[in-house]
Design a protein around this ligand. Sequence first.
Ligand code: GLY
Length: 561
Amino acid sequence: MKKLIISIILFSHSVSAQYTDINIVKEVKVKNKGVVVSAHPLASEAGAKILKMGGNAYDAITATQYALAVVYPQAGNIGGGGFLVGAKSNGEKFTIDYRETAPKKASRDMYLDKNGKANTDLSQNGRLAVGIPGSVAGFFATLKYCKLPMNQIIQPAIDLAEKGFAITDQEAAMLNSQKEYFQKHNKSSILFVKETPWKGGDLLVQKELTETLKLIQKLGAKGFYEGKTADLLVAEMKKGNGIITLEDLKNYKVAERKALEFDYKGNNVVTMPLPSSGGVLLAQMLRMAAFENLEKYQQNSTPAVQIMVEAERRAYADRAEYMGDPDFIEDKTSYLISENYLKNRWKSFSFNKATPSSEVGNIIKQPKESTETTHISVIDKDGNAASVTTTLNGYYGSKVLVTGAGFFLNNEMDDFSVKPGVPNMFGAVGGEANAIQPNKRMLSSMTPTIILKNGKPYMVVGTPGGTTIPTSVYQSIVDVVDFKLNANISVNAPKFHHQWLPETVSVENNFPEATISELKAKNYVIEKIKQIGKTEMIVIDDNGTIHAVADGRGDDSVAVE
Ligand code: GLY
């Protein structure tokens, strides 16, 4: 048996609760043990429990996703979708795409009024915003890489839903902030609405969700896509303007896609291809920034931020123009990440001043809003790595809870371009490539990523944050590979983001003021925002020590096997 060599919990704190103690662990160094990093301590512990039972990284990440659907309902889900990137210790790499799809009755102009004006309230809230959920199909597609049966993998989530758990202060605040929307978008009172405000430590027992999870445990994916759960979901659709049918649910299919792989300074980056724009953007940004030898600079210094922002500007202009579901459009990935194309794209870069966004794409003005999604990074003791980002899109998705089944439905239809040039909830614009069509997958930004060095896992990384996801993952990789920073510094350092439109560069409130002033002097428009992402990062050094860090911005937590 392999021996545990080092296990240091560098920082942790407990949230005292009425019924359960929640132990948040922010950073762990360990050897020859599996680790799970997710947005919630109970979900990470569910994954670690499965590792202890003999499961591998894929068992653990599936158990963690089910558990997040219970303990982190703002983004964890069975009513949404996601992407899994896997790198097995035997060298095999794979992805599973369980992104939602547009219902059969969906159409290109479904969110336009009779004057052709886009109604983004309909694409963002309520029943018409819902794409056909993919998560449960994704969990079952993952089974072929797992060691344990699904009835064991799902059990920790069932226990959490049935016995209940103490909600954290952050979850309480989030639920309280959404009360009005829950009331507006549900026809009857839901479990998540209380007369008195939620507070940290309140017990949350989810009877209806328990029954749904038990149906999945008993019947497999059919427990979700057919029978009682499907009937309840379709009945929910009929309470309003929803269009998902029983046929849509029965016909949902995951897509197993070849991972997008590219070299970055001798490291093999393994990431998600289209229909997530994340991997393509990551390759474009890393490669453009490499033209300026980024490793010469320091994290969040003016030249480093300028190089990275200008790479972001050019890549996101391409996102709007070329990216969408590769089953419906021509996939231009090889061209977009090629050396020649990117060199040409980089010609207009100057250290003297910001490149106007109008010079790298067609401008349409737009606002910008925030979002929620969630990421899990896992490595097991045998060196199998798994990276999943999963989402309902906005916080609690469409805000519609399926009556009788106890889970929130996504509002992923808003990730299509509802009208060319009209921004989605992240301020991202798109064109024909991402127009709505029945059965099509909406373009995503989720960027679950694994980096291999000499064929062995070196980094497992990802984050929520809508369109800020690819830029945060990009910063994480540059921090570790170019700036030689450790995982903790990388995860918790102030982040920045630019996405071509709006012209603004967003920076977290604690971003260095000197850099902000110098960037302003070069014509950059800077906007301070509270938070960018919640990165879950694992870095494995040459000696095999695993350094796992859960983002300090939330309740995110590491659990060890
Ligand atoms: N809904 C966020 C994304 O897929 O990027």
